[in-house]
Design a protein. Structure first.
Length: 254
């Protein structure tokens, strides 16, 4: 996990789960270790035993905070604007650290997410309580579901349950069926890619030679190059281009 908009705790828990999945242990032992770990961590989170610094989310500013047309759509922009009101210097491309706290009135359904975003120093100074349920559902649960997808017998509903979450209220998991009652019954690893990624945009790569925008379908025998540093060949002009261009393009999209 390289994206900064995942908190440190999310990364650490994902690393533990990944280590278990890649271990040579029997499948039943791996599942047991993962579920036990999720139970333990969710309990520690709700009891406030995890340092607040582990919940910090960091996002960069692509423009001046005042230039965003709808600042409330971006929690880090709202935090940046509040920082400027306090006389702090905020520049384009700065990384803004923030945490999500519980609303003042305690009603998360009526409060805007950005209204609950605070700089970590402000949250600590004023002793704002972190919204642990939001973190479990939006920062912990999603990456774990994706990581456990290839693990046979591991269901999203069980991940949610061991995190103390209601599976019916968690983010939807791709399924081969429209029956919401059985949305968790099929392991993600058994769902066809065409169905699993039906809502994803196709990766389009612009050829550096002919400027043609073509769908990148991965490295196949038809377009692969003998030179590893080139890796891919344009299906239009047949020129090969470096793999680092594809890597950079994907990184920018992420």
């Amino acid at each position: 996990m390289v994206r900064r908009d995942w908190c440190e705790l999310s990364k650490e828990m994902s690393e533990f789960v990944l280590d278990q999945i890649l271990s040579p242990k029997p499948k039943d032992e791996i599942l047991s270790n993962i579920y036990q770990y999720l139970l333990q961590m969710s309990e520690e989170i709700r009891k406030g035993k995890i340092p607040p610094s582990k919940f910090v989310i960091t996002k960069s500013l692509s423009k001046k905070p005042e230039e965003y047309p709808d600042p409330k759509a971006y929690p880090h922009v709202v935090v940046a604007l509040n920082m400027k009101k306090q006389g702090k210097t905020v520049r384009v491309y700065d990384f803004i650290p923030y945490v999500l706290c519980k609303p003042i009135d305690g009603n998360t359904s009526t409060s805007h997410l950005s209204d609950r975003a605070h700089h970590i120093h402000e949250a600590t100074k004023h002793n704002y309580p972190l919204d642990y349920e939001w973190y479990l559902a939006n920062q912990i649960y999603p990456p774990l579901v994706r990581l456990c997808g290839p693990l046979d017998g591991c269901y999203a509903s069980e991940i949610a349950r061991h995190l103390g979450l209601d599976p019916s209220k968690c983010q939807n998991v791709p399924s081969h069926t429209k029956n919401t009652d059985s949305v968790y019954e099929t392991p993600i690893s058994l769902i066809d890619d065409e169905i699993k990624y039906a809502d994803c945009e196709k990766l389009m790569i612009k050829c550096r030679y002919c400027s043609k925008r073509l769908e990148f379908k991965g490295v196949t025998q038809d377009n692969i190059c003998t030179n590893p540093s080139l890796s891919h060949r344009c299906s239009e002009c047949k020129n090969a281009y470096p793999i680092f261009l594809i890597q950079n393009h994907i990184t920018l999209l992420i």
